[in-house]
Design a protein around this ligand. Sequence first.
Ligand code: F6R
Length: 609
Amino acid sequence: MCGIVGYIGEKNACPILIEGLRRLEYRGYDSAGIAVLSGDKIDVKKATGKLAALESAIESCAPEGKIGVGHTRWATHGRPSDENAHPHTDCIGNLVVVHNGIIENYLRLKEELIGKGHEFSSETDTEVIAHLVEEAYNGDLVEAVRKAALMLEGSFAFVVMSSDKPDLLVAARRHSPLVVGIGSGENFLASDIPAFLPFTKKVYFVDDDMIVALDRSSASFMTLDGKSVEKELFEVTWNAEMAERGGYEHFMLKEIHEQPVALRETMRGRMSSENSKITLEGIGLTDEDIRRINKAVVVACGTAYHAALAGRYMLESLARIPVEMDVASELRYREPVIDDRTLALVITQSGETADTLAAMREAKRRGAKTLAIVNAVGSSAAREADGVLYTYAGPEIAVASTKAYTTQMMVIALITLYFGRIRGTISPDRDAELRRRLWSIPEQVDLFLSDYEAVINIAEKYHNIGGFMYIGRGPNLASALEGALKIKEIAYIHAEGYAAGEMKHGPIAMIDPNMATVAFATAGRTYEKLISNIQEIKARSGDIIAIAGRRDEIINNYADHIIRVPETDEMLSPIINAIPLQLLAYYVAKFRGHEIDKPRNLAKSVTVE
Ligand code: F6R
């Protein structure tokens, strides 16, 4: 959690740091702060609350200088307050630190440092870094940071600036994201690329246990044991506009509308026409490996976990691979039965989710081959997995995940068909049929997005309802769970996602006129059974909002409202059904007047366990 940014160059640092923080605010927004070297003094400004609070605080007294660091916080140790806001300083204010991560041994370090006479002014774990660097500093800042980093346990990406080094920023990383942006006569450090996209697209991805020394014209890297390292410079294809709202009121709505493009991009290079064979470069598995797999274990959290739940039906029925499902935070503590014939399918938008990374490492340790479906290029999951398939959704800024979800399902569909062919478990006809269907999905999503007045009307009608039940069967159980998650996280209305057949085993007791049910009623092998489940709810005075195929007339007899979606194969229907569930949550939240892109209590990337 938290976003960090650093600038060194010829321009005034303050507006660049603020702009960087604005683009990182999705990572946390409990407080924000910057520090700029003005002459030989470090000027620190902080404010509790969103970045706007910091902007007002510095309106008439913005620090001036050409080197600085900034931070946007998601509190872990110490409540959100000005004292706990970063940057943190050493005892005399000669050096400052911004940090993302958790220092697990900070209490012990803090006691030792207090014993040596250091004075602390916050409750944070981060402040120990400032004092450790101060303790180790004898004029060589890089060496002091290296020594300090060696003493830390836990996760960190931090940047240090010292008042007597006006041409140097030093950063270190372990298990928290850190990227370097190389400009012309100016350089940047940040938790994520969008922070400096308006200034440069040239990027170094910093590895774990690595130190970066950054001046105006160069970046040098070394390992924590002091060996210098040559790194490859990447050129990213995102432009600043792509990371902006592009005219939409919220990032979430923009990202919902980006799905046809994101889905096409995700297919690009892997399928060139509806008849073409699927190729999956980067998968990291030989045909022999694929034939040997006897089980897949899903490693994911939240929405990414739901993508896997939808994909499970495909993988089991078409690739004949048993799929074990558990959220990453449970999987890793469960002593899972994993061996070298297990495929750990790691699904993560950010590639930095702490629980997902820990479970992935555990699966790897037990001998599994790891295949990561990741959106953030160069992220930890992408670098550590044996194989990586990117989702190419572009930056997802809204906290509520949308385009990452549908593209994750798209990649699982591609994997399934690829595996199915190699394992000989899918008939050529079914393979051809599904590839044809898959090819049409971006166009069908586009079609749905061209007219969704029905969703807006339903959202308006129900935005003050007491609760929502989401029901589905088969692959659309995932749609039910995801629908409920989306409504909870941005509309703050209690919602439950249920396997429709389970309703009568308890949850149906909740049905009354103040509980509306969203039923995923697109065609599939349990369609009739779902209709019975809907009737059971109707009989108890519950309103039904059905998501159903365009040609389905049966549903007219049972639903109070119908959202019509383009028809596809049941296996692929969760991709299309995701769009109305996302829009419904978006518009319900909008009618309730919520701040949609940054829902309360949440952060985009959960880099703590
Ligand atoms: C919900 C949401 C979260 C994430 C989860 C995993 O809208 O965004 O549930 O899906 O935190 O994040 P990643 O995919 O980055 O590992």
